[in-house]
Design a protein around this ligand. Structure first.
Ligand code: GLY
Ligand code: MN
Ligand code: MN
Length: 491
């Protein structure tokens, strides 16, 4: 199938609006803390990297905070925002003459100024003189640099560095929390790009559902997805490495990495768990579909799939501003455990299971995470808000946020149910949790693998909107895999 879509427009106003939002928040914060409205926000963009022992250059992808503010696709840039005047300044690397021979035309500064809609464009070797010249305060100008912890990777962002920094005062603590918070609530222009990433990725998932055949290799599913999103969506980057897990591999949460490279030949009767999302102009999608590779659910597959689907749908029905994400995680667990009990996989009292944190045996990861320029977008545990500490209990400790939902957040809803020996065996041997298993039934699921259902959901004023559009009911999946159009023509 070709595509009904064509790449969405990418307006640079999006980044102008992002800068204005930051400027407003910075000025507000400086006013509230009785500090002068002077100085510059200064960020350093990403650098192109070679693998260490060759001259092969990895395809460059801009650092996310820099992309948010400036939208620059080229490596080696700096960007500044003057707090006093609001002027934005890009600093481009001065390229050697033979760049024109090997890599193409050397663009004049005016090109960058126009393309990225900034007030000025200069060269990186002019940072000191330009910033000193622009500064209207007294003493050394203050630079607000980006320094802070990413609570998903545990890495710190890299503050800008350049020759001549001693001519400035630097400040590391103000910018990161403010800029991170700006990224949490999405503008309409950002939402349009996340929606396009979702539209093209949803379509690609459906294409894979239609073309999957017993006896293929997992990487062929990855290849079909990547082809569709690039060919018809212009998506050169994926939001993350495709997870194309079949059979037992679908119980490996982050399958598909270099050491587990989606290379299994799948068999009749296997489930597939496909977690794949395209990135469009820096903005991510993150979608998981689970279905039987032969196109027909068995009763056990329906049981587990519908348990996860019920959790997914119940959470989406409950989502609205003010709802707490830890509560949504617990709601998903409760629904899942109740369904497993109804299906005779489990036995006993679900309240008691919740007290024992038993849900984490089947769903060890968090229910979902903020999504934006990063798949796991920052801002999940902001220092500035009380009540957003990382929980410590099994399952909950994997949550990438414990925040209350707010209008404008995009968050994934991705409940799952996995049969992972490393979790099941200790839980079956544990005196507190052994009683919850129906030991006669659980053995049937030993090699089942797992199911995950993941959608990207926008929190609206009164509820939420699912941005992902793929078949979810088992009957819809079976129909689409058999060749029906999507959406189905319902009579
Ligand atoms: N695809 C990564 C995740 O779901 O978080
Ligand atoms: Mn996700
Ligand atoms: Mn995912």
């Amino acid at each position: 199938m070709a595509s009904s879509l064509s790449p969405a427009p990418v307006p640079m106003e999006l980044h102008v609006i992002n800068r204005e939002k930051l400027l407003k928040s910075m000025r507000q914060q400086l006013t509230e803390t009785s500090r002068p409205l002077h100085g510059f926000v200064l960020l350093q963009g990403g650098e192109e990297q070679n693998r260490y022992c060759t001259d092969h250059t990895e395809l460059f992808r801009q650092e996310s905070y820099f992309a948010y503010l400036f939208g620059v696709i080229q490596p080696g840039f700096y960007g500044a925002i003057d707090i006093a005047t609001g002027k934005s300044i890009l600093f481009a690397p001065r390229l050697p003459a033979d760049y024109a021979v090997w890599l193409g035309e050397i663009k004049p500064l005016s090109y960058f100024q126009e393309k990225y809609k900034v007030s000025m464009a200069c060269y990186t070797d002019e940072i000191v003189e330009v910033l000193l010249e622009q500064y209207k305060g007294s003493g050394k100008p203050l630079l607000f640099l980006l320094h802070g912890l990413n609570t998903d990777s545990n890495n710190f962002s890299k503050p800008a560095k350049f020759e001549g920094m001693e001519k400035f005062e630097t400040e590391l603590s103000t910018l990161h929390p403010i800029l991170t918070e700006c990224r949490v609530l999405k503008s309409d222009l950002e939402l349009a790009l996340i929606q396009f990433a979702n539209d093209i990725s949803s379509e690609a998932h459906i294409e894979v559902m239609r073309k999957i055949r017993v006896g293929m290799k997992e990487y062929q599913l990855e290849s079909m997805f990547l082809h569709h999103t690039y060919m018809y969506g212009g998506c050169r980057h994926s939001s993350y490495t495709c997870i194309c897990a079949t059979g037992e591999n679908s119980a490996v949460l982050h399958y598909g990495h270099a050491a587990a490279p989606n290379d299994r030949t799948f068999k009749d009767g296997d489930m597939a768990l496909l977690d794949m999302g395209a990135e469009y102009n820096f903005y991510a999608s993150d979608i998981t579909c689970s279905f039987p590779v032969n196109g027909k659910f068995t009763s056990d597959q329906s049981l587990i799939y519908n348990a996860v689907l019920e959790a997914h749908n119940t959470v989406i029905k409950a989502m609205k501003p003010g709802v707490n994400w830890v509560d949504m995680h617990k709601l998903a667990e409760r629904v899942l455990l109740e369904s497993l009990k109804k299906g005779s996989v489990l036995a006993g009292n679900v309240d008691d299971m919740m007290v024992e944190r038993f849900g984490a045996v089947f769903m060890p990861h968090g229910l979902g995470h903020l999504l934006g320029i990063d798949t796991h977008d920052p801002g999940g545990y902001p220092k500035v808000f009380l009540g957003t500490e990382r929980p410590k209990e099994p399952g909950l400790k994997s949550l990438r946020t414990s925040r209350d939902l707010q209008q404008g957040m995009v968050i994934t809803v991705e409940p799952g149910c996995y049969f992972i020996d490393a979790l099941l065996v200790p839980a079956m041997e544990n005196a507190h949790t052994s009683k919850f298993f129906n030991h006669k039934v659980i053995g049937r699921f030993k090699d089942f693998g797992g199911v995950r259902i993941e959608s990207d959901v926008l929190v609206t004023a009164n509820g939420c909107k699912n941005m992902t559009n793929v078949p979810r009911e088992t009957s819809e999946i079976e129909a689409v895999m058999a060749g029906a159009p999507w959406p189905l023509n319902k009579k």
